[in-house]
Design a protein around this ligand. Structure first.
Ligand SMILES: [Zn+2]
Length: 255
């Protein structure tokens, strides 16, 4: 059995800044391999307060989908804690090039040699961390270099459709997934082309095309919080005849 624990469900600046929902990352465990995906602000705190407590030093890997702070803020403290300040060289970091180079680099240089390995993510490429096999999607349409993930967990393909503007190619990237976890920041489309996030209508289109066994909505901006995510999920569920759930902070899926 695998576990996916969504520690935080906040997306977009306001919900994160006010901590209306937690902005912690998503914990994944499968056959003894433990990963943290997108450790936003509060990940370390939420790991310590989770029941049962999640031990940072037992993580095997950290994954960043992109460099935005609500996805990467705690990456440095996690590396420091995981490696006991560099005394134990361990852990793998998978991240897009933008997280590691140039003005957008979010991983502190002095921490990098503490890790056993850093792998730069490429589009549509397979990776193995311990017992977890995963594949990146093609590049998402987002204001940073962004890749989603398809992980093989408990015999199922679980797609993490992270921040992106909708485009038809998304459906192809995640088509084989039995479970989809989607970052739905917006209730309605944003008028500005610079806000590159999924809205509910986009999610409906994706779910209608893929028809997964289960879909989980997360990473909510203010318009989604106001619309009440569980009501949005219920409506989608009825309309599509699929199981659609809204995540809450700490939601644990057993797969
Ligand atoms: Zn983003």
């Amino acid at each position: 059995m695998a576990i996916v624990k969504i520690l935080g469900t906040a997306g977009a600046r306001y919900v994160v800044a006010k901590q209306l929902r937690s902005s912690a990352g998503t914990y994944v465990e499968h056959e003894g391999t433990r990963l943290m995906l997108d450790p936003g602000p509060g990940t370390l705190v939420r790991m310590a307060s989770a029941k049962p407590r999640l031990e940072v030093e037992k993580l095997h890997g950290i994954l960043l989908s992109h460099a935005h702070l609500d996805h990467s803020n705690d990456v440095n403290i996690l590396i420091d804690a995981l490696t006991e300040g560099g005394f134990k060289r361990r852990g793998v970091l998978l991240a897009p090039k933008e997280c590691l180079e140039g003005d957008t680099a979010v991983v502190l240089r002095y921490l990098r040699p503490f890790l056993k390995e850093i792998r730069v993510l490429q589009p549509e490429t397979s990776y193995q961390i311990g017992k977890i096999r995963l594949r990146t999607s093609g590049r998402h349409y987002h204001t940073a270099e962004t890749y989603g993930f398809i992980m093989e967990l408990g015999g199922q393909k679980v797609g993490f459709v992270v921040d992106t503007l909708f485009f038809p190619g998304l459906i192809d990237y995640y088509r084989e997934c039995q479970i989809l976890i989607l970052n739905v920041v917006r209730y309605k489309p944003h008028p500005s082309p610079n806000v590159q996030h999924l809205c509910v209508k986009d999610v409906e289109e994706i779910l209608e095309a893929i028809r997964p066994q289960k879909a989980i909505l997360t990473h909510f901006g203010m318009t989604m919080i106001r619309a009440r995510p569980h009501q949005v999920a219920e409506k989608l569920s009825r309309k599509l005849g699929l199981e659609v759930l809204a995540a809450y902070d700490g939601l644990t899926l057993e797969i």
